[in-house]
Unconditional design. Sequence first.
Length: 295
Amino acid sequence: MNIQLTLLFSIMIIAFSGCLTTTAPTTATWQATEVSSQDGFTVPECAVTDGAGNVFVSNIDPVEDVYWDDDGSGFISKLNEDGTFGSLVWAGARGNSPIHSPKGMSILDGWLYANDITRVRRCKVDDPNTLEDTGISVGTKYNDLATDGTHLYISDMGKGIVLKVDTKTGDEQEIPAPEGVNGVTAHDGKLYAVSWTQHEVYELDPKGEAGPVSFGLADKFTNLDGIEVLDDGSFIISDFKGNKVDLLEADRKTLRTLIEIESPADIGIDRQKNLLYVPQFKKDKVVVFELQKQQ
């Protein structure tokens, strides 16, 4: 009898210990808190920061809601770090050389590059009067821009490719991308993109040797616009017609809505200060959020 009781007691201890070890640990995740917003834009499409307190916003300023037109009315705004205006019309048709329908932008070697339908233009980040054509090959519908610190990556929605450009040598290479490729970003030697028409996230091959690899999440999105990668491997993705900005964890499976917001376009991020800039295309507004990682 004593042996049976001892055995029963041992089994109960093992079972109880097992219960203690099955509790899953709480994992850290990102939260977004609105810190400011600024009205007064004219169809803002993209926001990009130089990491030194300057934020640039492309304004399409369309004529009769035509977003791909050489109408000479587009411009670029310059904001302060907190999202307030430094200059509403910093570069563009109203100030100097014509910009038509500017969309994606990126900063490389002190130059601000901007897509303008079929061309790429640039100016020094501290001097809008240096605005010039880049000589990069003519595209069909240049949309977003990204850099890995050496190359520019330009998404061409019309051709379904990303153009890789070495700005020092002028060398260009077409990277296979999905139909309707929109937002593009480079991070840690890898290249990612989202598609407007395929409603999907992809990893692209920056060497151009392999085709785009789908994340398999097309049923979760509507029309995707922008994409950024956080340092922990998480993705921030703007779903324009879904009226939300989503957080996709580094496992590429766990997805949740980070921000509910109308018509979020091409988002920008300040990694040093953990600030996210979200242009609201149809609201003529840019909203600034602080990103915080919480348990």
